[in-house]
Structure formats: structure tokens, C-alpha cells
Design a protein around this ligand. Structure first.
Ligand SMILES: Nc1nc2c(ncn2[C@@H]2O[C@H](COP(=O)(O)OP(=O)(O)O)[C@@H](O)[C@H]2O)c(=O)[nH]1
Ligand SMILES: [Mg+2]
Length: 423
């Protein structure tokens, strides 16, 4: 049996979860297994994955929430990265980079951040652009027109950014390196360079034969067409060996064992919770509801209490007495502790991995947001703190060095000018 691991990446709202449901086609009815976001409910910031079998291929479909494009809690970011790495530990067959009609500057934030943290430049060769919301998906001419306009737009954006950078670089030449103005322009240049790295042009150009247009509006027939198209495409493109870059291997080697234990404990806890739910005396629920003043009607309340008493009797008849519940509760608490401990260990390892790639991550659009999210002083280990201090030290030294060089160049120029005047 062939295994194919498919990772969905893209800005939130572009249609990743919908696409995952289309590929999965649960109960032949595109049931919503991956949570699709509507405007009223905010997207869950968790990895979701499902497996299914089709034509002797075992597919693993992984839906990722955006990172770097929104502020998240440190645990959320670290958990997403840890889980994604664990799921693709045996290699990745294809990244589906999902885009809608509009592009904004954070379109590629998650893609680029994952590329620097876990993958390498070769990820582009394993990427397919999936263009959603494309009603004219049947027309070859319209598809080509769309690709051309994507290329044109991203090229124009690239030229615009390059010009802006060139202008700012001219501007900074005439500023004193110690001035506030200099610092401000330097930051602007850095930001523009990040944006330049984030234009779609490179990825579109190298993925031209791998752009799939679909429309996944809620229409079984049209979604069926999308699905056939996507699976055919995956069948064609995923023939080569799966992609397993060094950085991914490094981190997955570090966390796989912990993750296995964590998942085992979580499953056990789930089982215990189910047992507890069956055995929980319902009277507790009645008390809670009373506190909340949810039961306005007195007779209704009495009925509920009577029901609770009845339930309690059934429980004691079934020999599921308080002692048993206590035992289950203890087991549950122990498992909870074990889980929390493992989660902490995995997060620390992911954090260490991010710090080891600190410079590159900071150099990406969204890198600052990601770092802000994960650097919570209270949660850093001594080792990570040392690493961070070391990195910021290097950064400071480098800045000082650059300033010093600028100063020397200025002095030399002045010196030359004087000589020229003398001549
Ligand atoms: N018309 C149309 N709507 C889509 C398409 N893909 C997604 N949507 C809608 O766009 C919204 C966001 O989709 P979702 O899959 O949750 O986006 P995600 O944040 O990238 O996972 C949902 O209301 C979807 O129903 C598409 O191809 N066509
Ligand atoms: Mg989603």
C-alpha cells in the first residue's frame, strides 16, 4: 500500500479546510469533518488530520491553521509545529498551497515560516498551488488567463518592492548612522526585503505545471469534479520519493518518542473520561443548573432531582459506588499530569529548534509575530535563555560593527574630499 502525506498551507479564509473535506469526501457527501470557518466563528488554531484509502493509496490529509499571520499564544504555535512535524515525520508527498482570488502581503507567511523552520528551498518542487473559488475551472483559456494574471501581478509587486528598497537605500546613505532617522529607515528596508521574499512570483513560476483550479462551493456535483481533478493531480505529481529534508528529520527525531507517549496517554485519558461520564452521579449537574438559575420552573426542578435520585440508585445497583469513581478520578488526574508534562517537554524541544533557526525565522515576514508568540520569559528553560541571550548579543555586536564601519567610511570620504579640494 502506498502512503501519501498531503499538507495544506495558506492564509486563513482561503478554503483549506473546505478543500480537505472535498479531498476526504466523508460518506460520499463531503461531510464537514475539517472545521470550516464561517465569518461568525473564528477559526480553530489547531492541526486537524484525517486518513482515507482510495485506489490502493493511503492518504493522510493535514490541515494547518495559519501561523505568523495572526497573533497566537505561545503554546498554540509550538503545538501546531510539533504536531505537524510528527505527522509528516515519514516524509511529505505534496504541499497544497491554497490561494483564493485576493493576495495580501501575508499570503505566504505560514508557507515561508515553515520553509525556514522545517523544510528547505526544495519544498517548492513539492508544492502545488490550489486556486479556490474559481467558478470558470472548466475553461482552459480562463485558467491560463488566471495564471498569467497571477504571474503579472506578482512580478509587478516584485519590481515595485525592488524600487522602494533601492530608494530607501539611497536615502539611508545620506543619514548619520547614529540618528533615529537612520534606524527608522533601516527597519523599513528590512521589512521591504521580507516582503520581497514573500512575493508569489518565485513559487508560481516554479509551480506552473502544478496549479489546480477548483471551485468548492457547497455543490456535491462541482465538489466531485474538484476531487477527481485533485486526486488525479496528486497521483501524477507524487510519484517520486517523498520529501524528507534535514531540518524536519532533526526535529521529528527529537520529538517522535515523546509524541508517541503523549498520544498514548491522551487516548487512555479519553477512555477514562468516558468511563467516568457513565458513572458520574447526575445530581452534581442538577446542583450546577440550580446555581445558574437555569431551572425557573419549580416542578421541572423537582422532576430533575427525582430523576437524579433514580439515576443514583441505578448507579449503586450496578456496583459503581463512590469508591470506584474515586479510583477513576485519581487515574484521570495522574494521566492529566503525565500529559501536561509531555506537552511541556515537546514544546521546549520545538522552541529550541526555532531558536536554532532564529536568524532565518526573524528574516521572514511574520517571523516577528511568531517570535513574539513563542518567547514567553516565564516558560524559557535556562538553556533556551542562554541561547537567546547569545543570539541577541551577536545581533548587537553586528549592529555596533556596522555602525563603526559606516563611521570609518564617512571619515575616509571626508578625508578624500579634503584632498580633492586641495588638488
Ligand atoms: N464559493 C466558494 N467558497 C469557498 C471555496 N472554498 C472555501 N469557500 C468558503 O470560504 C470560507 C472559508 O473556508 P475555509 O475552508 O474555512 O478556509 P480556511 O480558513 O483556509 O480553512 C467558507 O465559508 C467556505 O465555505 C470555494 O472554492 N468556492
Ligand atoms: Mg481552516
Amino acid at each position: 500500500m502506498t502512503e501519501k502525506t498531503i499538507l495544506l498551507i495558506g492564509r486563513s479564509g482561503r478554503g483549506k479546510s473546505t478543500l480537505a473535506n472535498v479531498i476526504l469526501n466523508k460518506n460520499e457527501n463531503f461531510e464537514e469533518i475539517f472545521k470550516e470557518s464561517s465569518s461568525s466563528i473564528s477559526e480553530t488554531k489547531k492541526i486537524q488530520f484525517e486518513e482515507f484509502k482510495e485506489n490502493d493509496v493511503n492518504y493522510l490529509v493535514i490541515d494547518t491553521p495559519g501561523i505568523g499571520d495572526t497573533k497566537m499564544s505561545d503554546n498554540e504555535v509550538l503545538d501546531i509545529i510539533g504536531e505537524a512535524v510528527y505527522l509528516v515525520r515519514n516524509g511529505l508527498d505534496q504541499v497544497l498551497f491554497v490561494v483564493g482570488g485576493r493576495f495580501d502581503q501575508y499570503e505566504m507567511a505560514t508557507y515561508n515560516l515553515l520553509r525556514t523552520m522545517l523544510f528547505d528551498e526544495k519544498i517548492v518542487e513539492h508544492t502545488t498551488i490550489v486556486r479556490t473559488r474559481f467558478a470558470d475551472f472548466r475553461s482552459k483559456a480562463k485558467r491560463e488567463e488566471d495564471v498569467n494574471s497571477m504571474i503579472k501581478e506578482s512580478k509587478e509587486k516584485k519590481v515595485e518592492l525592488e524600487n522602494q528598497i533601492a530608494n530607501k537605500e539611497k536615502e539611508i546613505e545620506n543619514l548619520s548612522p547614529n540618528s533615529e532617522e537612520y534606524k527608522r529607515v533601516a527597519i523599513e528596508i528590512e521589512q521591504l526585503k521580507k516582503e520581497l521574499k514573500s512575493t508569489l512570483s518565485e513559487i508560481i513560476e516554479s509551480c506552473q505545471s502544478r496549479i489546480v483550479h477548483v471551485d468548492n462551493k457547497p455543490d456535491v456535483k462541482i465538489r466531485g469534479k474538484s476531487r477527481v481533478k485533485l486526486l488525479e493531480h496528486l497521483n501524477k505529481t507524487c510519484q517520486e520519493n517523498s520529501y524528507k529534508p534535514d531540518k524536519l528529520k532533526e526535529l521529528s527525531d527529537a520529538i517522535t518518542e515523546d509524541m508517541d507517549t503523549l498520544l498514548k496517554s491522551r487516548r487512555e485519558l479519553d477512555k477514562e473520561m468516558k468511563k467516568l461520564k457513565i458513572n458520574q452521579p447526575i445530581s452534581i449537574n442538577v446542583k450546577l443548573s440550580e446555581n445558574k438559575d437555569e431551572l425557573e420552573n419549580i416542578t421541572e426542578r423537582i422532576n430533575k432531582i427525582e430523576l437524579a435520585v433514580e439515576e443514583q440508585e441505578i448507579i449503586s445497583e450496578g456496583h459503581l459506588a463512590v469508591g470506584k469513581i474515586k479510583e477513576l478520578e485519581d487515574k484521570k488526574d495522574k494521566l492529566r499530569k503525565e500529559i501536561a508534562e509531555k506537552e511541556k517537554i515537546i514544546r521546549q524541544k520545538v522552541l529550541k529548534h526555532i531558536f536554532e533557526n532564529y536568524q532565518e525565522v526573524k528574516g521572514e515576514l511574520g517571523g516577528d509575530k511568531l517570535m513574539e508568540s513563542v518567547v514567553d520569559d516565564k516558560k524559557l528553560t535556562a538553556e533556551n535563555k542562554e541561547l537567546l541571550a547569545h543570539i541577541s548579543n551577536i545581533e548587537q555586536l553586528r549592529n555596533e560593527y556596522v555602525q563603526q564601519l559606516k563611521g570609518e567610511v564617512d571619515a575616509l570620504n571626508k578625508h578624500n574630499e579634503q584632498f580633492e579640494k586641495k588638488d
